[in-house]
Design a binder for this molecule. Structure first.
Ligand code: GDP
Ligand code: IMO
Ligand code: MG
Length: 422
């Protein structure tokens, strides 16, 4: 069986920390979508590490790690990550596997991302500018280059053909990007990519599953950034929900076991787009400060607000979440009251359904349920019984609304700051 772990909000729910913890129970961790737009933070012996392409199981030395076919890989970013991690994880290369079907991000994909965002002006997505959108466009447009191509003799020819296509496209934009400087590092990184364990990911996983190995699929981004069900067009370019696991790794739906869905005890978003429970006042500012809400990939300040059960229930439904994980509960220690959105009033009518669109002309007002602050810090608490009564009521409320049990509560950045409940 293959279990899944994914974010239920707009990303940055704490996936890296939780995968690193849960990896203890798994033999293989596999990324199935996204690329270096992801920034997954974990702490190894007290030192902060941010992973972008490499699965978050690498620090558990018994774990193999697969970068699946659904991922888009920038060889330069991958190389940079390897350089940082190998000194603290010397056997990493023997435990890292890359699907030959994963698509490559070229320097000109990054240039196209930048030019396209600049052309959008105020309507920009707020992309991480890592070339994600253009790389997935080439994949679905059937022009892309894949990891397997770096092994072929005519890779340079294939590259040049696609690059020239991109340079023609770039001429349509006023925004000039000096992408030529990125070509030499790209080819150096491609040389390194060739040396990695490049595998036929779907057969590789099938063989391991048949041997009884336990696999955890690690999501990137979050459900509300899903290309189909997120707040389109302010989304990323892949399926971030559980459905993405099957196409992003080549596994059948019948093999999916538990689906862990992660939510912060509040909510954040980085980049543009709708965010119904966003706080523009000093409480939002205080959440950013208390939660240290600055992007792990771009350093941008994250927008902050209250937890949104309408959006969460939608995400739980889309992925069939079986186990909830609530992170950053400690951050709410100093907030009173704590609010939880249970509905939206849209042009005066209340709904519990996540709408198709939230345009600027729609008046959307969240309906809140309010909790008083729990009264004592929860960051030092190690078991459920020891948690403050009001916080337990908050948990029960969330479980009842989402009709899903909470399995873990995370109350700090450390690997072991995690309370197991169910
Ligand atoms: P990811 O993209 O989902 O892996 O999340 P990020 O790494 O981008 O952002 C999560 C941030 O919250 C990281 O800085 C983590 O170290 C931190 N974090 C994770 N869990 C907790 C928690 O329970 N409490 C606190 N205070 N911080 C946490
Ligand atoms: P992790 O895995 C938070 C956001 C960007 C932008 C939109 C599109 O760390 O949770 P893209 O670069 O994909 O074209 O950007 O999606 N975004 C993320 N926000 N966490 C992420 O990843 C994100 N990856 C992309 O900010 O709004
Ligand atoms: Mg992140």
């Amino acid at each position: 069986m293959i279990d899944v772990l994914l974010g239920l909000q707009w990303g940055d729910e704490g996936k890296g920390k939780i995968v690193d913890y849960l990896a203890d129970n798994y033999d293989i961790i596999a990324r199935f979508q996204g690329g270096p737009n992801a920034g997954h933070t974990l702490y190894v012996d007290g030192n902060k590490v941010v992973l972008h392409t490499i699965p978050s199981g690498v620090f558990q030395t018994h774990c193999l790690n697969l970068i699946g076919n659904g991922v888009v890989i920038d060889p330069v970013t991958l190389q940079g990550e390897l350089k940082k991690i190998i000194p603290i994880c010397p056997d990493l290369l023997s435990r890292l596997f890359v699907s030959q079907r994963a698509h490559l991000i070229l320097p000109t994909h990054r240039a196209l991302d930048a030019a396209s965002e600049a052309a959008k002006g105020l309507d920009k997505i707020g992309s991480t500018l890592k070339g994600i959108g253009p790389a997935y466009m080439d994949k679905t447009g059937r022009n892309g280059l894949r990891v397997g191509d770096v092994l072929s003799k005519n890779f340079k020819e294939k590259y040049t053909k696609l690059r020239d296509k991109h340079t023609q496209m770039l001429r349509q934009y006023d925004h000039v990007v000096d992408w030529e400087q990125w070509e030499a590092p790209f080819f150096e990184a491609v040389e390194e990519l060739r040396k990695l364990n490049i595998v036929n990911g779907e057969y590789w996983l099938d063989a391991h599953l048949k041997n009884g190995k336990r696999v955890l699929a690690e999501g990137a981004q979050g459900s509300m950034l899903d290309i189909d069900f997120g707040t389109y067009p302010f989304v990323t370019s892949s399926n971030t929900i559980a459905a993405g696991v099957c196409s992003g790794l080549g596994v059948a739906p019948s093999r999916i076991g538990d689906v862990y869905g992660i939510t912060k005890a509040y909510c954040t978003r980085v980049g543009s787009g709708p965010f119904p429970t966003e706080l523009f006042d000093e409480t939002g500012e205080a959440l950013r400060k208390a939660g240290n809400e600055f992007g792990a990939t771009t350093g941008r300040p994250r927008r902050c607000g209250w937890i949104d059960l309408v959006a969460l229930r939608y995400a739980v439904m889309l992925s069939g979440v079986t186990k909830l994980i609530v992170t950053k509960a400690d951050v709410l220690d100093q907030f009173t009251p704590v609010k939880v959105a249970t509905g939206y009033k849209i042009d005066g009518t209340e709904t519990k359904e996540f709408p198709y669109e939230m345009s600027e002309s729609t008046v959307l007002e969240p309906v809140y349920h309010t909790f008083e602050n729990w009264g004592e810090p929860i960051s030092g608490i190690a078991d459920y019984q020891g948690l403050p009564q009001v916080f337990k009521e908050y948990c029960t409320f969330v479980e009842q609304y989402l009709e899903t049990k909470i399995a873990y509560i995370s109350n700090g950045t450390g690997r072991n700051q995690l309370i197991k409940i169910n």
